[in-house]
Design a protein around this ligand. Structure first.
Ligand code: PNS
Length: 159
């Protein structure tokens, strides 16, 4: 069984992330979305909220589940018996960081491979930070995030 882990902070999940999740779900038998509990940058949403938003967004994907982790990503993959890390690539600007991270993970765990999936061009500019900013300033975020997330953001960020 081919198991992949798609890690991230998902603060919150956007349609760009969802596009990568759906692509990964078609390639692997099982996809575990791994929400980092305590990312370097303090998240706007708790990991429980970030997980709940993801859960509502991937309800239509049978082979996708949500997990969370702290510590080294490769250790989480070993625990889950997964061999692939999925990461989404938007524009060239993502490349430096992703390249560094993939090679660092390879140094730590040579048996684990990072697989990059290109998001649909419609989402190539999309980021969780801009989505939060738009929601906070009362802009329209429909089409940028899954419906369940839009509801959550409106309730929590427009106060
Ligand atoms: O969505 P993000 O914030 O770009 O995700 C980054 C994430 C969570 C994948 C990355 O920071 C991570 O894997 N952190 C866990 C710590 C770790 O394993 N570090 C060594 C490899 S860089």
């Amino acid at each position: 069984m081919k198991i992949a882990v798609y890690p991230g902070s998902f603060d919150p999940v956007t349609n760009g992330h969802l596009d990568v999740i759906e692509r990964a779900a078609r390639l692997f038998d099982r996809v575990i979305i791994a929400v980092i509990k305590n990312p370097e940058k303090t998240p706007r949403f708790s990991f429980q909220e970030r997980m709940a938003m993801l859960k509502d967004s991937v309800i239509h994907c049978d082979n996708v589940e949500i997990g969370n982790f702290d510590g080294l990503l490769v250790e989480y993959l070993r625990k889950k018996k997964a061999r692939s890390i999925v990461r989404g690539l938007r524009a060239v600007s993502d490349f430096d960081y992703e390249f560094q991270m993939a090679l660092t993970n390879r140094r730590l765990a040579p048996e684990i491979e990072t697989v990059f999936l290109m998001t649909d061009y419609r989402y190539s500019y999309l980021s969780s930070s801009f989505v939060k900013q738009i929601a906070r300033l009362g802009g329209d975020i429909s089409g940028l995030v899954p419906k369940a997330v839009a509801k959550h953001l409106k309730k929590n960020l427009t106060r």
